[in-house]
Design a binder for this molecule. Structure first.
Ligand code: LLP
Length: 382
């Protein structure tokens, strides 16, 4: 709980990514207790901090990776079950996946079938592959994180699936094991997952009619978190029950999911200090010592993150501020019209729910340096 930090604030360097490992563990336990009949591959792209990965790996989750770097890290971190997607895999990446016998390479284009088969022949191996199908289902989320519509670059369109399957039949060094889908991120409307399942059922039928054997069905990630209530654990129960209810699972098929944000989102907070307070004609600005270089989501997607004044955590909110970073760009703004207690230079500010797509998207823009990283476990800072 962020409130626990109040007493140790002065020991915290800023800016800092603060990770609450107790929350992470609680979230994973909740996920696992609701997903006994599913295989769960954690999506490394949401957060690949080694300490976070260690917790996730110890809990027994698999890993979903999209690059050579992520694949190497997942292997080094000891993940046993790994699946790999990515619309632009390099030869090196494909080779590494095949030599390490990963669970599934999720192929995203017709040309990739040929390339994987060829690399696999050269290595004298057989690659286990799934086809990532673009189901053209609207995830009802921000345009920038929508991946499952035909206008997006991801996966193979259903119209090309028959051709892709024919190609797979003719490929000597590929074993087809299943289908993969991932339609978007920060999905909060369960009807989206219902619609996905209904479409997936039709696609499964199409594949089975063509006498292909399905072993693995991967529904991707996408479950959203409650950015307005950072203490809320995602509703895994409702999510998995929706999948159970609407997916017509063929016998002997392993159903998989690849959550990222829902696993790590709520365990992270960005802690920053107010450098300056500025008055404009009609508003007051707070300028923090952290900006879009450390958390780009508000600038990139106009994403909402709850903001609190940690120094005055128990005081009543009375003042309205626009909260900016120090970077030389007007998009470097975390939020506008935030109501906080009277805030001053030197106050500690918490930007909540940054565990997913926060640290991984840090840049060195303006050369302001990296933030610090702090972990709390059993109520103790490590
Ligand atoms: N599987 C695949 C193939 C993916 O591309 C993604 C995320 C996931 C799983 C995990 O999805 P999640 O459960 O985290 O929604 N940077 C953006 C989010 C980009 C998501 C990219 N793909 C943001 O900050 O909102």
């Amino acid at each position: 709980m962020i409130e626990k930090l109040k007493d140790v604030l002065t020991e915290i360097p800023t800016p800092s990514y603060f990770y609450d490992i107790d929350i992470l563990e609680k979230t994973i336990d909740n996920l696992l207790s609701n997903s006994e009949d599913f295989l769960v591959f954690y999506s490394l792209k949401a957060n690949s901090n080694p300490k976070i990965l260690e917790v996730i790996r110890k809990k027994g989750l698999g890993a979903e990776v999209v690059s050579t770097g992520e694949l190497k890290l997942a292997l080094e971190s000891g993940f046993k079950n790994i699946v790999m997607s990515g619309v632009g895999k390099t030869n090196e990446q494909i080779k590494l996946a095949i030599t390490n016998d990963i669970e599934s390479i999720n192929i995203e284009s017709i040309q990739e079938i040929e390339v994987v088969d060829q690399i696999s022949q050269e290595l004298n191996k057989t690659a286990r592959v799934s086809l990532r199908v673009n189901p053209n289902v609207d995830p009802l989320t921000h345009k920038a994180i929508t991946t499952g519509l035909y206008e997006n670059k991801f996966g193979i369109n259903f119209e090309h699936l028959g051709y892709a399957l024919d190609k797979i039949k003719k490929s000597s060094n590929i074993e087809f094991i299943g289908l993969h889908f991932h339609i978007g991120s920060q999905i909060t409307d369960m009807s989206v997952f219902k619609n996905l399942c209904i479409r997936v059922n039709e696609i499964i039928e199409f594949v089975l009619e063509r006498k292909f054997n399905l072993k693995m069905l991967n529904l991707g990630g996408g479950l959203g978190i409650d950015y307005h209530n950072p203490n809320n654990i995602p509703n895994f129960k409702e999510y998995f029950n929706t999948l159970r209810k609407f997916l017509l699972k063929p016998k002997n098929v392993k159903v998989c999911v690849e959550p990222g944000r829902s696993v790590v989102g709520q365990c992270g907070t960005l802690i920053s200090k107010v450098l300056f307070k500025k008055e404009l004609a009609n508003k007051e600005l707070l300028i923090l010592d952290s900006g879009m270089n450390h958390l780009i989501r508000p600038a990139l997607y106009e994403a909402f993150h709850m903001i609190q004044n940690l120094t005055k955590i128990h005081e009543n909110p009375t003042h309205i501020y626009d909260i900016h970073g120090p970077i030389c760009e007007s998009t470097d703004c975390f939020a506008k019209n935030v109501i906080l207690p009277l805030t001053n230079r030197g106050d500690y500010i918490a930007i909540r729910s940054v565990g997913a797509y926060g640290e991984v998207m840090i840049s060195d823009y303006n050369l302001r340096g990296k933030p610090h990283f702090i972990f709390m476990k059993n109520n103790k800072i490590e």
